[in-house]
Design a protein around this ligand. Structure first.
Ligand code: ATP
Ligand code: MG
Length: 247
């Protein structure tokens, strides 16, 4: 089972939008997929149509009180299920800090899922945290949405440097891509053109700035569920192809 985490220490850059759309596309592409929402804001769960009052508290998975299977919910998309988040996850850092071998916790919790799923996608909150370190140790790929700005590239360089700290982290495949790009803006074009050295990709995936993505909030669904023929939808198809090739 491949594991991809959508990560950026910066907030509001398109992690959740991307995780949700890629999970949907993967399932559509015949891949049994689980989307695990690890952000107490629970936006990914919400986009997948899951009511905020689902009865089981997500934190209980980490406390060993509830098996994952009890929380895992099917979606309207065949082959796609979601492990939803809720506010109880705000206590996750304390649990991971207490756990002596916390970096193996995610591995332990998810081992058995490989019997049913080929792909596990994580959406998480924006921070360097015990959870993010857990994800660095347990994922094959970090998908990193970047705004087309110099500060965003600086933050990406800092992340790359941080990931040198552990042998396991150095093996991570990084898949940076740009989000919310407005091609009419010179600064966006310039940053993308000059980014080759930093991100090591002279043909980066570019997700445009488009109101279709914001409409996901109205439809409470990924973009392919309501606007599959748009440029906005096509942009995520290219990202999915790239991630598949990376895997
Ligand atoms: N390409 C895009 N064009 C326009 N709006 C976008 C795009 N991608 C995301 N958005 C909007 O930007 C906001 C932030 O996106 P999203 O929630 O995916 O970011 P995030 O990185 O997960 O945020 P957080 O750090 O809070 O978890 C949302 O309102 C979303 O609808
Ligand atoms: Mg998010």
């Amino acid at each position: 089972m491949k594991r991809i985490a959508f990560f950026n220490v910066k907030g509001g850059v398109g992690k959740t939008t991307s995780a949700v759309n890629i999970a949907w596309l993967a399932a559509q592409d015949d891949t049994n997929t689980i989307l695990w929402d690890l952000d107490p804001q629970s936006c990914a769960s919400w986009y997948m149509g899951i009511a905020d009052d689902h009865p089981n508290k997500s934190i209980n998975i980490f406390k060993g009180k509830t098996p994952i299977g009890k929380l895992r919910l099917h979606t309207t998309q065949p082959r796609l299920s979601v492990i939803p988040a809720d506010l109880s996850l705000r206590k996750l850092e304390a649990i991971l800090a207490d756990e002596a071998k916390s970096e193996q916790l995610l591995q332990k919790l998810t081992e058995h899922l490989s019997e049913q799923s080929k792909l596990l996608i994580f959406d998480c909150a924006p921070a360097y945290s015990k959870l993010s370190e857990n994800l660095f140790s347990n994922c094959a790929v970090l998908a990193i949405p970047l705004l087309p700005s110099p500060l965003s590239l600086r933050s990406y360089s800092q992340l790359k440097e941080f990931l040198q700290r552990k042998k396991r982290w150095r093996k991570l495949t990084l898949q940076p891509f740009f989000t919310m790009v407005d091609r009419r803006r010179k600064i966006h074009n310039d940053v993308i053109k000059d980014a080759t050295n930093v991100i090591g990709d002279d043909d980066p995936i570019v997700i445009p700035y488009a109101s279709e993505y914001e409409k996901m909030g109205i439809h409470q669904a990924p973009i392919h569920a309501f606007a599959p023929a748009t440029q906005a939808a096509k942009a995520y198809e290219l990202l999915w192809e790239r991630l598949k090739a990376r895997n």
